[in-house]
Ligand binder design. Structure first.
Ligand code: ZN
Length: 110
C-alpha cells in the first residue's frame, strides 16, 4: 500500500465549514463517515466533519490543529503536517449544529 511513501510534512490548508460560539466545523477531505471492510470509504459515505472548540471567538483567523492520527484511513495518506483552518468573511457564523445547518441549507432560506 502506502508504507513506502515518505511522510509529508506540508501544511494542509482548509476553510472552516462553519463556526459557532462553541465549535469550529471542518469538512475533512481525508476522512469519511463510513468504510467498507477493506478499509476504503463506502460509496454512500460522506466526508467527515471534525469539530474543534472555537473558544467563543467568531473573528476571522487561522487556527492550527494537528489531525488525530488514530484514524486508520487517514494513516494511508502519510500526512504529518499541521492543519491550518481558515476562518474568513465567507465562513458562516451560526447558532445551529451541523444537522440543523444542513437542513437550513437544504431549505434554501439562506
Ligand atoms: Zn480527518
Amino acid at each position: 500500500m502506502t508504507q513506502d511513501k515518505e511522510d509529508d510534512y506540508s501544511p494542509i490548508h482548509l476553510n472552516a465549514y462553519m463556526i459557532t460560539r462553541t465549535h469550529i466545523y471542518v469538512k475533512c477531505p481525508y476522512c469519511y463517515t463510513r468504510y467498507n471492510k477493506d478499509g476504503k470509504p463506502s460509496k454512500s459515505s460522506k466526508n467527515y466533519f471534525h469539530i474543534h472548540g472555537s473558544g467563543g471567538d467568531l473573528s476571522n483567523r487561522i487556527e492550527t490543529r494537528g489531525h488525530d492520527g488514530s484514524n486508520e484511513f487517514y494513516k494511508q495518506y502519510n500526512i504529518r503536517g499541521e492543519f491550518y483552518i481558515h476562518i474568513t468573511d465567507d465562513t458562516p457564523r451560526t447558532n445551529m449544529n451541523l444537522t440543523e445547518y444542513a437542513k437550513f441549507i437544504k431549505s434554501g432560506k439562506n
